[in-house]
Design a protein around this ligand. Structure first.
Ligand SMILES: Cc1ncc(COP(=O)(O)O)c(C=O)c1O
Length: 378
């Protein structure tokens, strides 16, 4: 095997002795620390009956781990069960009056975001899609043409779920702010796989869920909200965990907690927080800069191997302009995904594409092997 920087971490993912799991754009591999964290939750439930205090600490830890991954403070992180809910909550507390009612988003973004923003048409929003070119990429100038003084919100995927195209969030954010618009980033395909600094990049809100590059399971999602912005927002989707003191039990008092926590609603997904917290702790310990460098190298291997085999690559050809995912066009992607799994490669089908999406625990050999297997099957 060529130089592999994460040998110790790799041994924490049992599936890798049997299969090359390369599906982090969909679900990453299960690790021993995540299994143990879930087992500890189950044991506390089984042995103590209930442990609300201990479970709340699991959530605090998950918030802190996520905050560290994106260079934020734990008090600026809200938690819900999925990205769609977090985005809906943001939409429902924006004002679309005074002629400042446009929401600008990329047509390459995950469909849920389109649905969430389109639902705001009923509250006066006008949704503008920025269309990609034939290669599935959006040039900065197309955002610049779409964003104007009427723009209330600019919403982009940091990395596309489909072809892995990586967007320059700092540059798009600057365009949004120059027109007085808010900037919302969907980092579901990037956080955990690459370094993000929400303050440096001028991000107002950033969302990500648990089961992809954060190494956890479905059922939990995190949202950073810039503190002074959060203080001005009054989420209509709310509940007792969004109060200044959830345990005041004052049914007549709708006071909003400070910062992003005002976006919390009801009893949180604690078991999912246990999984996500343990997963993100591995990432923070390994170092997100080192992880990003390794994944960029795996992208280079994926692209070079696919090109040498003549596979139809749907992703950008420059590893620095993409996330982990290298997408290959195939006929019958669902059938290819199944046959790849039988051959020992866990990859993910989306529309006409097969996505090969490694994480830090994957090797060059696994990525190259997946491309060779695809060439045999495609
Ligand atoms: C970039 C991106 N955003 C959003 C979602 C959906 O998020 P959720 O199911 O948590 O609402 C996905 C799921 O694949 C995704 O890849």
């Amino acid at each position: 095997m060529s130089h592999f920087p994460f040998e110790a971490q790799r041994s924490q993912f049992p599936i890798l002795t049997q299969k090359a799991q390369l599906s982090s754009c969909s679900q990453s591999a299960l690790s021993i620390p995540v299994t143990d964290a879930i087992a500890r939750y189950m044991a506390s439930w089984s042995e103590k009956g209930m442990d609300w205090g201990g479970w709340a600490e699991l959530l605090d830890d998950a918030r802190a781990q996520f905050a560290r991954l994106i260079h934020a403070d734990a008090s600026d992180i809200a938690v819900m069960s999925c990205v769609s809910d977090l985005a809906s909550s943001v939409g429902n507390c924006l004002d679309f009056g005074d002629g400042k009612n446009a929401i600008v988003l990329g047509e390459i973004d995950f469909p849920s975001l389109g649905h969430v923003w389109l639902a705001q048409q009923a509250r006066g929003a006008e949704v503008k899609f920025v269309v990609p070119d034939a290669a599935g990429e959006i040039a900065l100038e197309h955002y610049s043409q779409a964003i104007d003084g009427r723009t209330r919100l600019v919403s982009v995927s940091h990395v596309s779920y489909s072809n892995g195209f990586r967007q320059d969030i700092a540059a798009i954010g600057a365009l949004a702010h120059a027109q007085g618009a808010l900037f919302f980033v969907d980092a579901y395909q990037s956080a955990g796989a690459m370094a993000i600094d929400v303050v440096r990049d001028g991000v107002d809100m950033l969302v990500c869920g648990g089961q992809k590059y954060l190494l956890g399971c479905p059922g939990i999602a995190f949202m950073y909200v810039r503190r002074d912005l959060a203080q001005q927002l009054r989420p209509a989707n709310t509940g007792w965990f969004g109060r200044v003191n959830p345990f005041a039990f004052d049914i007549r008092l709708l006071d909003y907690a400070d910062g992003a926590r005002r976006f919390d609603t009801g009893t949180p997904p604690y078991i999912n927080a246990a999984a996500a917290g343990a997963g993100m702790a591995m990432l923070n310990e390994a170092g997100i800069g080192r992880i990003e460098a390794h994944i960029e190298n795996l992208s280079r291997v994926a692209l070079d191997t696919a090109a040498s085999l003549g596979l139809p690559i749907a992703s950008p050809r420059d590893p620095r302009r993409k996330g982990s995912n290298t997408a290959i066009r195939v006929n019958d992607s669902a059938g290819v995904e199944r046959r790849m799994a039988e051959a020992g490669y866990v990859v993910s089908a989306r529309g006409p594409l097969i996505r090969v999406a490694p994480h830090f625990y994957n090797s060059e050999e696994e990525v190259a092997g997946a491309m060779r297997a695809l060439a045999r099957m495609g």
